[in-house]
Write a new protein. Sequence first.
Length: 158
Amino acid sequence: MITIRIERYQETLNLIDTATKRLKDLSPAWREIADYMHKEVIPKSWDTYGSIMGKRWPALSPKYRAWKDKNYPGRHMLVLTGDMKTAATGGSGSVLDIKPKEMIIGIDTDYIPYARVHQYGYKKIPQRPYFFSADGTLPGRAIQKIINTIKKRINEES
C-alpha cells in the first residue's frame, strides 16, 4: 500500500473529515482532484524532471544514457515506450477508483510493474518520484487544490 503524507495535514484532515460527515457523496470533488493530478501535477512532474516534487531526478547512468540515446533517441527521462507516463496521467494502465467517501488513484503495477521502482527506487535504480515527492508529500499547489475543491463541494451542498 502506498501512503501519501500531506503537508498542512491537520487542516486537510479536518476538512476531509467535515466533508465526509456533511456530504453523502464526494465523487464530484474526487473526479476534479483526479483530473487535476492527471492533467496538471503529474505532467508538470515529468516536464520539470521531478523538480515540482521537491528535487530534480538524478541523471541517468552514463552507460544507460548511451544505450537509450542509441536505441530511443530524443526520449525524455522515464519515457521509453511511454506506457508509464500514459498510465500516470490517467490513460491505459491507470487506476482510478472513485467512491462516495474515498478515491484511489495510481498505476496498475500488474500492467506496469516498473512504475513502483521509479517512484521509490530499487537497488541501483535511484528514486525518481513523479506521482508524489520522495517524502510522500504532494506539492503545495496540489494540496491547495484538494482543499479548495472539497470546500467548493461543501458550499455546493450547503
